[in-house]
Design a protein around this ligand. Structure first.
Ligand SMILES: C[S@@+](CC[C@H](N)C(=O)[O-])C[C@H]1O[C@@H](n2cnc3c(N)ncnc32)[C@H](O)[C@@H]1O
Length: 224
């Protein structure tokens, strides 16, 4: 079975990410309507992966730029939205530029120092009235053995403890290391980075094996 145990190695599953349908139906279909009218909106997709969302937003009329630490992901993304829209160097991205910054499923796979870094970068890149949408796997369901999207191995920690655990993505059939932090921990980091929470959005609830599940949480944030 393929496995991703390092934030630098997501290129191994680029094809699997490109083919995701369950995640798209849950996450992207919650996020996109909450963005509203996208015509001429300046959007940065931070940690864009292979660019599936970036392409969808471009087709809806947004002016989309992307950034990722993986060269392979950026290559796939530039094939979809053009090389001129893809940044490989965070320092080259114009500051205070974007109406929206989207950061999907990145914070739950990076170490704590990187979450602080990414939050601070997002703060610097948002324009005065801009909003960020930062989303990840819902920490509240960290201890469920199964969701529609994945199977999890319990690491035996409680909700309050920052820790890592392994999960198998049903779609794509690969294993990853996920990093759990309580929602309150993320809120503190966002606050310290100069971001204010405007809204907490969850993907739609469903029931599996008697558990009520909302797979993802998306924070809508603005500058303090
Ligand atoms: C789980 S994938 C999510 C991709 C995409 N956002 C999506 O929703 O399908 C995580 C992505 O984050 C990228 N990544 C990991 N660490 C990063 C960092 N520190 N800064 C920017 N991107 C990062 C990986 O290369 C990978 O493309």
């Amino acid at each position: 079975m393929k496995g991703v145990f390092d934030q630098q190695k997501w290129n191994i599953v680029a094809n699997e990410l490109e083919a995701e349908n369950l995640k798209l139906a849950s996450y992207d279909n919650t996020l996109i309507p909450s963005l509203g009218n996208l015509k001429n909106r300046k959007i940065l997709d931070y940690g864009c992966g292979p660019g599936v969302l970036a392409l969808a937003l471009s087709k809806l009329g947004a002016n989309v730029k992307t950034f990722d630490i993986s060269k392979d992901m950026l290559e796939l993304c530039s094939q979809k939205i053009g090389q001129e829209n893809v940044f490989s160097n965070i320092e080259a991205i114009p500051k205070e530029e974007f109406d929206n910054i989207i950061c999907n499923l990145v914070l739950c796979i990076v170490p704590e120092y990187e979450i602080k870094n990414i939050s601070s970068n997002i703060r610097k890149l948002l324009n005065k009235n801009g909003t960020a949408y930062i989303g990840f796997c819902n920490p509240r369901i960290f201890n469920l053995p199964e969701s529609r999207l994945d199977l999890r191995y319990s690491a035996g920690y409680s909700y309050e403890d920052n820790h890592s655990y392994r999960k198998i993505k049903k779609e794509g059939g690969y294993e990853i290391t996920e990093l759990h932090r309580p929602i309150e921990w993320y809120k503190q980091v966002f606050n310290d980075a100069g971001l204010v929470i405007v809204e907490e959005i969850f993907t739609p609830e469903y029931e599996l094996s008697g558990n009520k599940i909302r797979d993802f949480i998306i924070f809508k944030l603005r500058r303090k």
